[in-house]
Structure formats: C-alpha cells, structure tokens
Write a protein that binds this ligand. Sequence first.
Ligand SMILES: [Zn+2]
Length: 357
Amino acid sequence: MIPTDLYHLLQCPTCSSRNLVVTDAGVYCAGCKSNYPHRAGYLDLMPRATSFDYVSKYVAEEQELAEELDYRELAPPLLAAGVRNRALVRLLGLTGRDIVLDSGCGTAKFAAWNAELVRLMVGADPATMFADAAVEQVALTQADARRLPFADDSFTKAFSIDVLEHFPREVIDAYLAETARVLRPGGRFLIFSNTSDPSSLQPVVNLSRRLGRLFVRLGLYDFQREARRKSDHIKALATWEDVLAAMQQAGLRPVRVVFWNSVFTTFVEHVLMKLGEVVLGRRARSRHTATRPGPDTAPDGTARELRARQRMRGRLKRRGPAYYALLAVTLLMELDLWLFNQLRSGSYFLLVEKPRD
Ligand SMILES: [Zn+2]
C-alpha cells in the first residue's frame, strides 16, 4: 500500500533532496534525477549508485529464503511472536496519532498487526518478502536502513524487532543514527534483540532444552530449520554494556528495559509446541497417504513443520479452540516478562527516546 501520507515524509535516499515529484511511475528526484518506481504494493526507495560492503543474508539469498520462510500468509500474533507483539504495543504505547516506522520490517508482520492502531504505519526493508496483509495495510518501502528515504523528524515512534543481532557494529551504528534522525524529538523507539549475555536462570532453561534434545534423539523431530533461521546472527552487541554504549553514541536515551528470560518460553518452544507439530504433522500425513497411496516421500523436518503450520493457520483463522489454546500458551510464555523482567539475560526489549533539545 502506498498512501498519500507516505509521500509527505519522503526525502531522496541518494542525495537527501526533498525536491521530489510524484509521477505515475513512482517518485522522481529533481535533485539527482533518480527515479524511484512503484513495485507490487511498495515503493522502491533504495539509494542509487551506492554500494554497501555489508549485505544481509536475507537480501543476498532472498529468493531461496522466500520459499523456505513461507512468508506470504500471515498468522495471528501468537507464541513467541505474540509475546513480542504484545510487549511492543504495551511498551511503545501506540495511539491513533502516531506515525510509526518499522525499520527492517522483514515480512512486516508486526507492522501489519498494529497498522489499525496508528495514523500511519510505514515498513522499510531492503528485502521485499512482504506478507500479503502488510501489502494491504502498511505503507511499504524498499529501503536501506543506513540511508533511510525519510526526512528528519518524520516519525513519532519506531520499532526494530529481531534486527540488530544480524548486523556488524558499523551497520548497527549507522542504523541507530538514521533511526534517531527520522524520529521526532521526544519520539520513542522500541528495540527487541539479543546479546550473548547468559541468563542467571539458564540452568532451568537447559532442562527444557535437554528434554527437547532427547526427543530429537528419539527421532520425533529435528531443529535443522530453526538452526538455519538463526544462522546469520552476528550479535556484534555482545553484552548489555555494548547495547547501552551504542545507544549513547546514537544519542538515544534509555527509558525502560524488559529482559526476556525464556524459562516458560523454552519449555513451550522446545517441548510443548514441537510435540504438537509432530502430532499435527502425523495426522496430516496419515490422511494424505490414505487417500493417495504411492511412493512415500519421506518428509524431512522442514516439510513436516511447514505442513503443520499451514494446517494450523487454517484453524487459527477460524478462531476455533486451537486459537484460544495457543493464546493461552502465549500468555504462559509471557509470564517470563512479568516474573523475570529485571534479571539480565540475552534477550531484551529496550525502549529509548530521542531527547528534546
Ligand atoms: Zn536525489
């Protein structure tokens, strides 16, 4: 979606001119004569004639990942994504007056889930694997976070979910500086990411992991797909002190932190949900082979997980018992935030503010 309001925020990502002309094809910069065309549901606002040293894996291998990540159809915000989303809404205090940027939005699911709460929800990402619901509800831009196509002080709020851990330090610094630039003074920015800091509750967490690994050895499921998803975590901000130092350097003042010690979360993810997926996947497969006998296409963990997720999405959309069961599990996971939020751990929600001068 490309609403008129979006154009009021734009500046040229190549030459920083605000002398832009909206054309039938997209946007034209009178300053450097660059064209920024409309694509399917978003505006291509990548800086022209610029090359960056660092390109995230999500951009470099977009096509390959697109298939695997199964991104087009959006499930409701449940489980770990539900905990993130509820914390996002609560900590950022989104209102109908807000103009909000999701920088590094990925599929833009968090932007889509909350688009109706705010005046304008803008998503920016160099990769364009946007969910269908985001294309409908979010002002989507293909953009580089180191050279955002927005004027200074454009946004009242911004958020960044699962982004920082993918970047080397110099990219993080540029990302934070750019976000600070486009935020209004007094504007707030919520970051969810993780460091390598250990949690003091790690021994408890490990019990669930060990139980999960036991299931792997028994051949009940595997974690290959999970491992791949996390494979480009760099965690350049390795400690909480690194996080605070980076914020200070970008001129962003910490307001509040909520650590996420994943005690309940790990139990749910490594034990409860995986068992559920195995059960759902089995049931789907036995139905499949009953109606269409043939050579067994021995599905690996990925195929099984995808199939379970597709079935699950159908049920969730109907808001049946499965939806409410998963909502209950989501709230169980969220207990981690209420009980242990002050105990330092690797995962954190950090709310920062751009100071008023
Ligand atoms: Zn320009």
